[in-house]
Ligand binder design. Structure first.
Ligand SMILES: [Fe+2]
Length: 485
Protein backbone atom coordinates (compact mmCIF):
# COMPACT_ATOMS: atom_id res chain seq x y z
CA UNK A 1 0.00 0.00 0.00
CA UNK A 2 2.86 2.33 0.94
CA UNK A 3 4.64 1.45 -2.29
CA UNK A 4 1.50 2.38 -4.21
CA UNK A 5 1.23 5.75 -2.43
CA UNK A 6 4.86 6.63 -3.19
CA UNK A 7 4.42 5.68 -6.83
CA UNK A 8 1.20 7.69 -7.02
CA UNK A 9 2.88 10.77 -5.57
CA UNK A 10 5.80 10.44 -7.98
CA UNK A 11 3.40 10.02 -10.87
CA UNK A 12 1.43 13.13 -9.94
CA UNK A 13 4.69 15.14 -9.71
CA UNK A 14 5.76 13.78 -13.10
CA UNK A 15 2.46 14.68 -14.77
CA UNK A 16 2.41 18.13 -13.17
CA UNK A 17 5.92 18.79 -14.52
CA UNK A 18 4.66 17.83 -17.98
CA UNK A 19 1.77 20.30 -17.56
CA UNK A 20 -0.78 17.49 -17.71
CA UNK A 21 -3.94 18.00 -15.70
CA UNK A 22 -5.04 14.91 -13.80
CA UNK A 23 -8.69 14.01 -13.88
CA UNK A 24 -10.48 12.45 -10.86
CA UNK A 25 -11.20 9.39 -13.05
CA UNK A 26 -7.53 8.88 -13.64
CA UNK A 27 -6.86 8.94 -9.89
CA UNK A 28 -9.62 6.39 -9.44
CA UNK A 29 -7.96 4.18 -12.06
CA UNK A 30 -4.75 4.50 -10.11
CA UNK A 31 -6.39 3.24 -6.97
CA UNK A 32 -7.48 0.11 -8.71
CA UNK A 33 -4.14 -1.00 -10.23
CA UNK A 34 -1.25 -2.95 -8.76
CA UNK A 35 1.98 -0.96 -8.24
CA UNK A 36 3.63 -3.01 -10.99
CA UNK A 37 0.97 -1.89 -13.53
CA UNK A 38 1.37 1.85 -12.93
CA UNK A 39 4.00 2.45 -15.66
CA UNK A 40 1.73 0.78 -18.18
CA UNK A 41 -1.16 3.02 -17.10
CA UNK A 42 1.01 6.16 -17.49
CA UNK A 43 2.03 5.17 -21.01
CA UNK A 44 -1.57 4.45 -21.91
CA UNK A 45 -2.69 7.85 -20.61
CA UNK A 46 0.16 9.70 -22.32
CA UNK A 47 -0.73 8.11 -25.63
CA UNK A 48 -4.38 9.08 -25.39
CA UNK A 49 -5.08 12.04 -27.62
CA UNK A 50 -8.03 13.27 -25.63
CA UNK A 51 -6.53 13.40 -22.17
CA UNK A 52 -7.39 16.63 -20.33
CA UNK A 53 -4.16 18.50 -20.83
CA UNK A 54 -2.62 21.85 -21.30
CA UNK A 55 -0.65 22.23 -24.50
CA UNK A 56 1.46 25.08 -25.82
CA UNK A 57 -1.64 26.17 -27.70
CA UNK A 58 -3.37 27.00 -24.44
CA UNK A 59 -1.76 30.03 -22.97
CA UNK A 60 -2.59 31.06 -19.47
CA UNK A 61 -2.14 34.64 -18.44
CA UNK A 62 -2.24 36.49 -15.13
CA UNK A 63 -4.55 34.88 -12.63
CA UNK A 64 -6.46 32.91 -15.28
CA UNK A 65 -6.04 29.16 -14.88
CA UNK A 66 -7.41 26.76 -17.45
CA UNK A 67 -9.24 24.01 -15.59
CA UNK A 68 -10.42 22.27 -18.75
CA UNK A 69 -9.96 22.98 -22.43
CA UNK A 70 -10.43 20.39 -25.16
CA UNK A 71 -7.33 19.82 -27.23
CA UNK A 72 -8.06 16.57 -29.10
CA UNK A 73 -7.26 16.26 -32.76
CA UNK A 74 -10.14 15.76 -35.22
CA UNK A 75 -10.46 12.12 -36.24
CA UNK A 76 -13.08 9.83 -37.71
CA UNK A 77 -15.24 8.28 -35.01
CA UNK A 78 -15.45 4.49 -34.79
CA UNK A 79 -18.24 2.39 -33.29
CA UNK A 80 -15.98 1.84 -30.28
CA UNK A 81 -15.65 5.64 -29.83
CA UNK A 82 -19.44 5.90 -29.50
CA UNK A 83 -19.51 3.07 -26.96
CA UNK A 84 -16.72 4.71 -24.93
CA UNK A 85 -18.40 8.11 -25.18
CA UNK A 86 -21.74 6.91 -23.82
CA UNK A 87 -20.10 4.69 -21.19
CA UNK A 88 -18.09 7.67 -19.97
CA UNK A 89 -21.28 9.73 -19.76
CA UNK A 90 -23.23 7.00 -18.01
CA UNK A 91 -20.53 6.27 -15.44
CA UNK A 92 -19.86 9.93 -14.56
CA UNK A 93 -23.53 10.82 -14.13
CA UNK A 94 -24.29 7.58 -12.31
CA UNK A 95 -21.71 8.57 -9.67
CA UNK A 96 -23.49 11.89 -9.18
CA UNK A 97 -26.95 10.31 -9.06
CA UNK A 98 -25.88 7.70 -6.52
CA UNK A 99 -25.22 10.50 -4.04
CA UNK A 100 -29.00 10.87 -3.74
CA UNK A 101 -30.56 9.02 -0.84
CA UNK A 102 -33.41 7.69 -3.01
CA UNK A 103 -30.91 6.04 -5.36
CA UNK A 104 -28.49 4.53 -2.89
CA UNK A 105 -29.79 1.04 -3.51
CA UNK A 106 -30.08 1.06 -7.27
CA UNK A 107 -30.24 -2.23 -9.06
CA UNK A 108 -28.76 -2.99 -12.46
CA UNK A 109 -31.30 -3.51 -15.24
CA UNK A 110 -30.28 -7.16 -15.67
CA UNK A 111 -31.13 -7.86 -12.01
CA UNK A 112 -34.68 -6.55 -12.44
CA UNK A 113 -35.59 -10.05 -13.64
CA UNK A 114 -34.84 -11.39 -10.17
CA UNK A 115 -37.37 -9.03 -8.59
CA UNK A 116 -40.86 -10.20 -7.85
CA UNK A 117 -43.82 -8.22 -9.16
CA UNK A 118 -44.86 -5.05 -7.29
CA UNK A 119 -41.48 -4.77 -5.57
CA UNK A 120 -40.00 -1.27 -5.11
CA UNK A 121 -37.04 -0.80 -7.43
CA UNK A 122 -34.57 1.94 -8.41
CA UNK A 123 -32.43 2.06 -11.55
CA UNK A 124 -30.07 4.53 -13.20
CA UNK A 125 -30.42 4.53 -16.96
CA UNK A 126 -29.83 6.43 -20.17
CA UNK A 127 -32.95 7.25 -22.18
CA UNK A 128 -32.98 5.22 -25.40
CA UNK A 129 -36.53 5.99 -26.51
CA UNK A 130 -39.55 7.98 -25.40
CA UNK A 131 -43.10 7.53 -26.70
CA UNK A 132 -46.37 9.24 -25.90
CA UNK A 133 -49.13 6.68 -25.37
CA UNK A 134 -52.85 7.04 -24.69
CA UNK A 135 -52.39 6.68 -20.95
CA UNK A 136 -48.96 8.13 -20.36
CA UNK A 137 -45.32 8.10 -21.42
CA UNK A 138 -43.33 4.96 -22.18
CA UNK A 139 -39.53 5.09 -21.95
CA UNK A 140 -36.88 2.56 -22.77
CA UNK A 141 -33.84 3.12 -20.57
CA UNK A 142 -30.50 1.35 -20.74
CA UNK A 143 -27.60 0.65 -18.47
CA UNK A 144 -24.49 -1.40 -19.35
CA UNK A 145 -26.35 -4.61 -18.41
CA UNK A 146 -29.48 -4.22 -20.56
CA UNK A 147 -32.63 -2.20 -21.18
CA UNK A 148 -36.08 -1.95 -19.62
CA UNK A 149 -39.38 -0.23 -20.29
CA UNK A 150 -40.55 2.41 -17.82
CA UNK A 151 -44.10 3.75 -17.79
CA UNK A 152 -45.35 7.02 -16.31
CA UNK A 153 -49.14 7.16 -16.22
CA UNK A 154 -51.25 10.29 -16.71
CA UNK A 155 -53.10 9.47 -13.50
CA UNK A 156 -50.09 10.63 -11.45
CA UNK A 157 -50.03 14.20 -12.72
CA UNK A 158 -46.90 15.44 -10.89
CA UNK A 159 -44.64 12.68 -12.09
CA UNK A 160 -46.25 12.66 -15.54
CA UNK A 161 -45.41 16.35 -16.10
CA UNK A 162 -41.84 15.67 -15.01
CA UNK A 163 -41.67 12.76 -17.46
CA UNK A 164 -42.83 15.05 -20.28
CA UNK A 165 -39.55 17.01 -19.93
CA UNK A 166 -37.30 13.95 -20.25
CA UNK A 167 -34.99 14.19 -23.27
CA UNK A 168 -33.27 11.49 -25.30
CA UNK A 169 -29.89 10.20 -24.10
CA UNK A 170 -30.10 11.86 -20.71
CA UNK A 171 -29.02 9.84 -17.69
CA UNK A 172 -31.58 9.77 -14.90
CA UNK A 173 -32.53 7.91 -11.80
CA UNK A 174 -35.93 6.20 -11.73
CA UNK A 175 -37.80 4.70 -8.83
CA UNK A 176 -40.94 2.66 -9.22
CA UNK A 177 -42.68 -0.65 -8.83
CA UNK A 178 -41.57 -3.67 -10.82
CA UNK A 179 -43.85 -5.40 -13.31
CA UNK A 180 -43.20 -8.01 -16.00
CA UNK A 181 -40.37 -6.47 -18.08
CA UNK A 182 -41.46 -3.00 -17.02
CA UNK A 183 -41.13 -0.48 -14.19
CA UNK A 184 -44.18 1.57 -13.23
CA UNK A 185 -42.35 4.77 -12.41
CA UNK A 186 -43.14 6.91 -9.38
CA UNK A 187 -39.95 9.00 -9.13
CA UNK A 188 -37.58 10.76 -11.57
CA UNK A 189 -34.22 12.13 -10.42
CA UNK A 190 -31.68 14.29 -12.23
CA UNK A 191 -28.10 14.66 -10.95
CA UNK A 192 -28.62 18.44 -10.39
CA UNK A 193 -26.55 20.72 -8.14
CA UNK A 194 -26.55 19.95 -4.41
CA UNK A 195 -28.03 22.65 -2.20
CA UNK A 196 -25.06 22.65 0.14
CA UNK A 197 -22.85 24.68 -2.17
CA UNK A 198 -22.39 28.20 -0.81
CA UNK A 199 -22.07 31.31 -2.89
CA UNK A 200 -18.43 32.31 -3.04
CA UNK A 201 -17.26 35.91 -2.68
CA UNK A 202 -13.83 37.33 -3.44
CA UNK A 203 -11.91 39.12 -0.68
CA UNK A 204 -11.05 41.81 -3.26
CA UNK A 205 -13.24 44.04 -5.36
CA UNK A 206 -12.68 42.91 -8.95
CA UNK A 207 -15.06 43.28 -11.88
CA UNK A 208 -15.65 40.87 -14.75
CA UNK A 209 -17.29 41.66 -18.09
CA UNK A 210 -19.17 39.16 -20.23
CA UNK A 211 -19.16 39.75 -23.95
CA UNK A 212 -19.64 37.68 -27.09
CA UNK A 213 -20.98 37.72 -30.63
CA UNK A 214 -18.94 40.65 -31.90
CA UNK A 215 -19.29 39.31 -35.47
CA UNK A 216 -16.34 41.30 -36.81
CA UNK A 217 -16.45 41.26 -40.59
CA UNK A 218 -20.21 41.71 -40.76
CA UNK A 219 -21.58 44.96 -42.19
CA UNK A 220 -23.86 44.88 -39.15
CA UNK A 221 -20.94 45.00 -36.65
CA UNK A 222 -21.62 48.05 -34.46
CA UNK A 223 -18.25 49.75 -34.57
CA UNK A 224 -19.39 53.04 -33.07
CA UNK A 225 -20.93 51.33 -30.05
CA UNK A 226 -17.91 49.03 -29.66
CA UNK A 227 -15.54 52.04 -29.72
CA UNK A 228 -17.65 53.61 -26.96
CA UNK A 229 -16.95 50.51 -24.91
CA UNK A 230 -13.21 50.81 -25.75
CA UNK A 231 -13.16 54.43 -24.56
CA UNK A 232 -14.91 53.44 -21.33
CA UNK A 233 -12.62 50.47 -20.61
CA UNK A 234 -9.62 52.76 -21.16
CA UNK A 235 -11.04 55.13 -18.54
CA UNK A 236 -11.67 57.88 -21.07
CA UNK A 237 -15.47 57.87 -21.02
CA UNK A 238 -18.16 58.12 -18.36
CA UNK A 239 -18.78 59.88 -15.06
CA UNK A 240 -16.71 59.18 -11.92
CA UNK A 241 -18.86 56.22 -10.91
CA UNK A 242 -18.64 54.68 -14.36
CA UNK A 243 -14.86 55.24 -14.51
CA UNK A 244 -14.48 53.57 -11.13
CA UNK A 245 -16.32 50.53 -12.48
CA UNK A 246 -14.01 50.26 -15.49
CA UNK A 247 -10.87 50.73 -13.38
CA UNK A 248 -11.77 47.57 -11.46
CA UNK A 249 -12.35 45.37 -14.50
CA UNK A 250 -9.78 42.57 -14.33
CA UNK A 251 -11.26 40.00 -16.70
CA UNK A 252 -13.32 40.01 -19.90
CA UNK A 253 -14.88 36.82 -21.21
CA UNK A 254 -15.67 36.55 -24.92
CA UNK A 255 -17.96 33.54 -25.32
CA UNK A 256 -17.75 32.92 -29.06
CA UNK A 257 -18.75 34.33 -32.45
CA UNK A 258 -15.81 36.72 -32.38
CA UNK A 259 -16.07 37.09 -36.15
CA UNK A 260 -18.94 36.69 -38.61
CA UNK A 261 -17.07 34.01 -40.57
CA UNK A 262 -17.46 33.01 -44.19
CA UNK A 263 -20.27 30.94 -45.77
CA UNK A 264 -22.00 30.28 -42.44
CA UNK A 265 -25.40 30.74 -44.11
CA UNK A 266 -26.33 31.02 -47.84
CA UNK A 267 -26.64 34.79 -48.33
CA UNK A 268 -23.91 35.77 -45.88
CA UNK A 269 -21.49 37.19 -48.48
CA UNK A 270 -23.84 40.10 -49.15
CA UNK A 271 -23.71 41.01 -45.47
CA UNK A 272 -19.90 40.97 -45.08
CA UNK A 273 -17.42 43.82 -45.38
CA UNK A 274 -14.34 41.68 -44.59
CA UNK A 275 -14.20 38.63 -46.81
CA UNK A 276 -11.65 36.26 -45.23
CA UNK A 277 -11.31 34.59 -41.85
CA UNK A 278 -7.75 35.87 -41.42
CA UNK A 279 -8.68 39.47 -42.17
CA UNK A 280 -11.65 39.27 -39.80
CA UNK A 281 -9.40 38.00 -36.97
CA UNK A 282 -6.77 40.64 -37.85
CA UNK A 283 -9.40 43.34 -37.39
CA UNK A 284 -10.50 41.73 -34.12
CA UNK A 285 -6.90 41.82 -32.85
CA UNK A 286 -6.75 45.54 -33.69
CA UNK A 287 -9.78 46.16 -31.48
CA UNK A 288 -8.70 43.92 -28.59
CA UNK A 289 -5.25 45.51 -28.60
CA UNK A 290 -6.92 48.74 -27.48
CA UNK A 291 -8.07 47.11 -24.21
CA UNK A 292 -5.56 47.79 -21.38
CA UNK A 293 -3.09 44.91 -21.06
CA UNK A 294 -3.66 44.46 -17.34
CA UNK A 295 -7.14 43.09 -18.17
CA UNK A 296 -7.18 39.37 -18.91
CA UNK A 297 -9.21 38.33 -21.96
CA UNK A 298 -10.57 34.80 -22.21
CA UNK A 299 -11.83 33.68 -25.63
CA UNK A 300 -13.74 30.56 -26.65
CA UNK A 301 -15.14 29.93 -30.16
CA UNK A 302 -18.75 29.86 -31.38
CA UNK A 303 -20.37 28.50 -34.54
CA UNK A 304 -19.28 31.55 -36.64
CA UNK A 305 -15.60 31.11 -35.78
CA UNK A 306 -13.08 29.28 -37.96
CA UNK A 307 -13.05 26.00 -35.97
CA UNK A 308 -15.21 22.95 -36.88
CA UNK A 309 -18.81 23.29 -35.75
CA UNK A 310 -19.04 19.92 -33.90
CA UNK A 311 -18.64 20.24 -30.13
CA UNK A 312 -16.38 20.33 -28.25
CA UNK A 313 -14.81 22.96 -30.49
CA UNK A 314 -11.05 23.48 -30.08
CA UNK A 315 -9.59 26.91 -29.20
CA UNK A 316 -9.13 29.43 -32.05
CA UNK A 317 -6.20 28.19 -34.15
CA UNK A 318 -3.04 30.30 -34.29
CA UNK A 319 -2.68 29.88 -38.06
CA UNK A 320 -5.84 31.93 -38.61
CA UNK A 321 -5.35 34.54 -35.92
CA UNK A 322 -1.63 35.04 -35.32
CA UNK A 323 -2.13 38.73 -34.43
CA UNK A 324 -4.47 37.72 -31.61
CA UNK A 325 -1.85 35.30 -30.29
CA UNK A 326 0.61 38.18 -30.13
CA UNK A 327 -1.50 39.88 -27.47
CA UNK A 328 0.00 39.00 -24.08
CA UNK A 329 -3.27 39.09 -22.14
CA UNK A 330 -5.40 36.57 -24.08
CA UNK A 331 -6.21 33.02 -22.96
CA UNK A 332 -7.66 30.81 -25.71
CA UNK A 333 -9.91 27.93 -24.68
CA UNK A 334 -12.28 25.45 -26.28
CA UNK A 335 -16.08 25.53 -26.37
CA UNK A 336 -17.06 24.36 -23.78
CA UNK A 337 -14.26 25.06 -21.31
CA UNK A 338 -13.71 25.83 -17.67
CA UNK A 339 -11.30 28.44 -16.32
CA UNK A 340 -10.55 29.65 -12.82
CA UNK A 341 -10.18 33.40 -12.18
CA UNK A 342 -9.50 35.62 -9.19
CA UNK A 343 -7.56 33.12 -7.05
CA UNK A 344 -5.46 34.73 -4.31
CA UNK A 345 -3.57 33.51 -1.32
CA UNK A 346 -6.12 31.78 0.86
CA UNK A 347 -8.88 32.10 -1.77
CA UNK A 348 -9.42 29.47 -4.44
CA UNK A 349 -11.02 31.79 -7.03
CA UNK A 350 -14.07 31.23 -9.21
CA UNK A 351 -14.64 28.40 -11.66
CA UNK A 352 -16.25 29.79 -14.80
CA UNK A 353 -17.94 27.40 -17.24
CA UNK A 354 -17.99 28.85 -20.76
CA UNK A 355 -20.32 27.44 -23.38
CA UNK A 356 -21.42 29.37 -26.45
CA UNK A 357 -24.82 27.71 -26.32
CA UNK A 358 -25.57 26.67 -29.89
CA UNK A 359 -27.29 23.51 -28.64
CA UNK A 360 -29.87 25.46 -26.61
CA UNK A 361 -32.37 25.95 -29.44
CA UNK A 362 -33.04 22.22 -29.45
CA UNK A 363 -34.10 22.14 -25.77
CA UNK A 364 -35.88 25.49 -26.02
CA UNK A 365 -38.07 23.87 -28.65
CA UNK A 366 -38.37 20.25 -27.45
CA UNK A 367 -38.84 20.61 -23.68
CA UNK A 368 -42.47 21.46 -23.08
CA UNK A 369 -42.08 23.28 -19.76
CA UNK A 370 -39.45 25.55 -21.34
CA UNK A 371 -41.39 26.03 -24.57
CA UNK A 372 -44.48 27.16 -22.69
CA UNK A 373 -42.65 29.86 -20.70
CA UNK A 374 -41.70 32.32 -23.47
CA UNK A 375 -43.19 32.70 -26.95
CA UNK A 376 -39.82 33.60 -28.54
CA UNK A 377 -37.24 30.83 -28.89
CA UNK A 378 -34.30 33.18 -28.28
CA UNK A 379 -35.68 34.25 -24.90
CA UNK A 380 -35.71 30.75 -23.47
CA UNK A 381 -31.92 30.27 -23.04
CA UNK A 382 -31.93 31.13 -19.34
CA UNK A 383 -34.44 28.35 -18.69
CA UNK A 384 -32.45 25.97 -20.86
CA UNK A 385 -29.30 26.72 -18.84
CA UNK A 386 -31.12 25.93 -15.58
CA UNK A 387 -32.54 22.75 -17.14
CA UNK A 388 -29.06 21.65 -18.25
CA UNK A 389 -27.57 22.34 -14.81
CA UNK A 390 -30.14 19.89 -13.46
CA UNK A 391 -29.05 17.35 -16.06
CA UNK A 392 -25.35 18.16 -15.37
CA UNK A 393 -24.84 18.06 -19.13
CA UNK A 394 -24.55 20.87 -21.69
CA UNK A 395 -26.31 18.96 -24.48
CA UNK A 396 -27.63 15.53 -23.43
CA UNK A 397 -29.35 14.60 -26.71
CA UNK A 398 -26.66 13.40 -29.08
CA UNK A 399 -28.62 14.28 -32.22
CA UNK A 400 -29.68 17.69 -30.89
CA UNK A 401 -26.56 19.45 -32.21
CA UNK A 402 -23.38 18.31 -34.08
CA UNK A 403 -21.09 16.52 -31.66
CA UNK A 404 -17.79 14.64 -31.63
CA UNK A 405 -17.88 11.13 -30.20
CA UNK A 406 -14.90 11.82 -27.96
CA UNK A 407 -13.67 9.04 -25.72
CA UNK A 408 -14.63 11.08 -22.66
CA UNK A 409 -17.88 13.07 -22.82
CA UNK A 410 -16.58 16.62 -22.33
CA UNK A 411 -20.05 18.18 -22.27
CA UNK A 412 -20.77 16.74 -18.84
CA UNK A 413 -20.83 19.38 -16.10
CA UNK A 414 -18.80 17.32 -13.65
CA UNK A 415 -17.25 20.19 -11.73
CA UNK A 416 -19.84 22.61 -10.34
CA UNK A 417 -19.14 26.09 -11.71
CA UNK A 418 -19.45 29.30 -9.69
CA UNK A 419 -20.31 31.17 -12.86
CA UNK A 420 -21.96 29.66 -15.95
CA UNK A 421 -21.82 31.79 -19.09
CA UNK A 422 -23.34 31.46 -22.52
CA UNK A 423 -24.13 33.58 -25.56
CA UNK A 424 -25.53 32.94 -29.05
CA UNK A 425 -28.96 34.58 -28.74
CA UNK A 426 -27.59 38.16 -28.95
CA UNK A 427 -29.72 39.20 -25.99
CA UNK A 428 -28.45 39.39 -22.40
CA UNK A 429 -29.98 37.69 -19.41
CA UNK A 430 -28.76 36.92 -15.88
CA UNK A 431 -29.93 34.58 -13.12
CA UNK A 432 -28.85 32.79 -9.97
CA UNK A 433 -29.25 29.04 -9.68
CA UNK A 434 -29.76 27.48 -6.24
CA UNK A 435 -28.20 30.55 -4.64
CA UNK A 436 -24.80 29.25 -5.76
CA UNK A 437 -24.25 29.71 -9.48
CA UNK A 438 -24.37 33.02 -11.31
CA UNK A 439 -25.76 32.47 -14.81
CA UNK A 440 -25.03 35.03 -17.49
CA UNK A 441 -25.95 35.26 -21.15
CA UNK A 442 -24.05 37.98 -22.93
CA UNK A 443 -25.39 40.24 -25.66
CA UNK A 444 -23.65 41.17 -28.97
CA UNK A 445 -22.22 44.01 -31.04
CA UNK A 446 -24.11 43.27 -34.22
CA UNK A 447 -27.45 44.75 -35.30
CA UNK A 448 -30.29 42.55 -36.53
CA UNK A 449 -29.32 40.38 -39.53
CA UNK A 450 -31.63 39.23 -42.32
CA UNK A 451 -31.43 35.71 -40.86
CA UNK A 452 -32.57 36.92 -37.42
CA UNK A 453 -35.34 38.91 -39.06
CA UNK A 454 -36.52 35.73 -40.78
CA UNK A 455 -36.49 33.56 -37.64
CA UNK A 456 -38.03 36.24 -35.41
CA UNK A 457 -35.04 36.95 -33.16
CA UNK A 458 -34.86 40.36 -31.54
CA UNK A 459 -31.26 41.09 -30.57
CA UNK A 460 -30.38 43.77 -28.01
CA UNK A 461 -26.84 44.75 -29.00
CA UNK A 462 -24.31 46.81 -27.07
CA UNK A 463 -25.19 45.51 -23.60
CA UNK A 464 -22.50 44.13 -21.28
CA UNK A 465 -23.22 42.42 -17.94
CA UNK A 466 -20.61 43.31 -15.29
CA UNK A 467 -20.12 41.06 -12.26
CA UNK A 468 -18.53 42.31 -9.05
CA UNK A 469 -16.66 39.32 -7.61
CA UNK A 470 -16.70 40.72 -4.06
CA UNK A 471 -20.45 41.30 -3.82
CA UNK A 472 -21.57 38.95 -6.66
CA UNK A 473 -23.81 41.80 -7.84
CA UNK A 474 -24.43 42.30 -11.53
CA UNK A 475 -24.67 45.65 -13.29
CA UNK A 476 -25.93 45.94 -16.84
CA UNK A 477 -23.90 48.37 -18.96
CA UNK A 478 -25.49 49.68 -22.10
CA UNK A 479 -23.26 50.91 -24.92
CA UNK A 480 -26.07 50.65 -27.42
CA UNK A 481 -27.76 53.78 -26.11
CA UNK A 482 -27.22 55.47 -22.76
CA UNK A 483 -24.05 54.66 -20.79
CA UNK A 484 -25.54 52.65 -17.94
CA UNK A 485 -28.99 51.21 -17.57
FE1 LIG B 1 -23.71 35.18 -32.79
Amino acid sequence: MQELDIKKRKLIEFLTEKNILISPDFLNDLNSVEPSAISELINKKLNETEIHHKTDKIRETGSVKVVFSYAGQPKKSTAQDFINHFNSRYNSLKKLLQQRAQLENVTSVSRLKTKSEKENVAVIGMVYSKEDTKNGIMLTVEDPTGSTKVFFGKNKQDIFSKAKDIVMDEVLGITGVSGKGIIFGNGIFSPDIPLTKEIKKSPEEENVLFMSDLHIGSKKFLEEEFMKFISWIKGELGNEKQKELSSKVKYIFFTGDMIDGISIYPTQREELNIMTFKEQYRKLAEYLKMIPENIQLIICPGQHDVVPIAEPQPPLPKEYCSELYELPNVTFVSNPAMVNIGAKEGFSGFDVLLYHGASYNYYADKVESIRMQKPNLSERSENVMKFLLQKRHLAPTYDGYPRLATEVDHLIIDRIPDIFISADVHKHSTFTYKNAITGIISSCFQSKTSFQEKVGHNPEPGIIPLLNLKTREIKILNFGGTQEK
